[in-house]
Design a protein around this ligand. Structure first.
Ligand code: FES
Length: 390
């Protein structure tokens, strides 16, 4: 951890648009003022973009405008000026032929919006699978201060007394119908029980994995990954993130300070410990490719992740869902376990301005059936083994 905060006050990037009395400055300020802005909002204070993947066609992110309002509160409180902007929102559940084809389109949208617009830092509002890596890729390329707020997972699905995991049970019920163990009418009835609140998938699927990767990389405040979308503490997280980004702009704390090789190594080990999605391999390699000088390869996944035990008992590998993971203490407990096992770069810098270990060392595990002791791990080598051949 070698970060040294920049001097404050100083002239910020947004003043290239809004500062002074030239024709161009008046042009930029005048048009912004059509939104009813008091003049002092453009006086040189941090202008913070809120990059929003909200869309009603991406149901996992349909609540993000509400969260954006909380981010704005935090930015105003800390003396910044928030400006929300939309970007393309790839929806895993409905985008054809597959959302994976559009991750890079979203990343390019994010990158060019940040680079081309008058902002000094950015809050990244993500949720559904591809949105988190896409936003981090775009932000890493521009390298202005950036921080992630996840939309959070849905509440547990429940059907006839049984926990129902997004995706996981869709296949299970479909097979049950084919086997004659469930009627088609019951299958339709289960549909609303599967997705009963705003938020992303409630299993440790790609969305929760990537929210966990953002946190393990140090690009979100500690605890961000697991708070359910509808829990009031998700709104608190958004509010606090708004406050934090203003200080990050003043300090000039950028993705290149946080997304280091050490941070990626922490993320790879965390992915093994949570039993995260294999899609994380593709996304982390792409994200590393957008950073300044982090050389991450498939061999790193094999070397670092292979022998890490999977201790998070969540579907699709295990029994519980994200709601229970949050109640058990969430990702900080897992990262602390890695630290205790000598599998964490404890001094990796996070967006908090402190070390990863400082963020997690005090946390407790409140449910050892959800976050398992190492001797009861779901599997002792939960990492990704890289196989080559034809
Ligand atoms: Fe959006 Fe799973 S479909 S998070």
């Amino acid at each position: 951890m070698t970060f040294k905060p920049a001097k404050w006050p100083r002239k910020l990037r947004s003043q290239e648009w809004f500062g002074g009395s030239s024709k161009d400055a008046i042009y930029h300020r005048s048009w912004m003022k059509n939104q009813g802005l008091p003049a002092d909002l453009l006086d040189g204070r941090p202008v913070v973009g809120i990059c929003n993947t909200w869309s009603e066609l991406t149901p996992c992110n349909a609540h993000l405008r509400d969260l954006a309002e909380k981010v704005k509160f935090g930015i105003y409180e800390a003396g910044g000026f928030p400006v929300e902007f939309p970007v393309f929102s790839p929806a895993e559940s409905s985008l054809r032929p597959t959302a994976m084809m559009y991750r890079n389109l979203c990343a390019m949208d994010v990158e060019e919006a940040i680079r081309g617009m008058s902002m000094d830092g950015v809050v990244l509002l993500a949720g559904c699978d591809k949105t988190t890596p896409a936003l981090l890729m775009g932000a890493a390329s521009v390298d202005l201060p950036a921080i992630v707020v996840s939309g959070g997972p849905m509440l547990n699905g429940m059907f006839r007394g049984e926990r129902v995991g997004s995706g996981t049970h869709l296949w299970k019920f479909s097979e049950a119908v084919r086997a004659g163990e469930m009627t088609a009418e019951e299958f339709v009835e289960a549909e609303a029980s599967m997705s009963r609140s705003p938020g992303s998938c409630n299993t440790m699927g790609t969305a929760s994995t990537m929210a966990s990767m953002a946190e393990a990389l140090g690009m979100a405040l500690s605890g961000n990954a697991a708070i359910p979308a509808v829990d009031s503490r998700r709104r608190v997280m958004a509010h606090l993130t708004g406050r934090r980004i203003v200080q990050m702009v003043k300090d000039d704390l950028k993705p290149s300070d946080v997304m280091t090789k050490q941070a990626f190594e922490n993320a790879i080990r965390t992915n093994a410990a949570i039993g995260g999605s294999t899609n994380a391999v593709i996304h982390l390699l792409a994200m590393a490719g957008r950073t300044k000088g982090v050389d991450l390869t498939l061999d790193d996944w094999d070397r670092l992740g292979r022998d890490v035990p999977t201790i998070v008992n969540l579907m699709p590998s295990g029994k519980y869902l994200m709601e229970e993971f949050f109640y058990a203490g969430g990702l900080p407990v897992v990262i602390k376990r890695l630290g205790e096992a000598g599998l964490l770069h404890k001094d990796a810098l996070t967006v908090s301005g402190g070390s990863m270990w400082d963020e997690v060392k005090h946390v407790k595990n409140w449910n050892e059936d959800v976050i398992l002791p190492v001797e009861k791990a779901l599997t002792q080598s939960g990492g990704i083994a890289v196989l080559r051949g034809n």
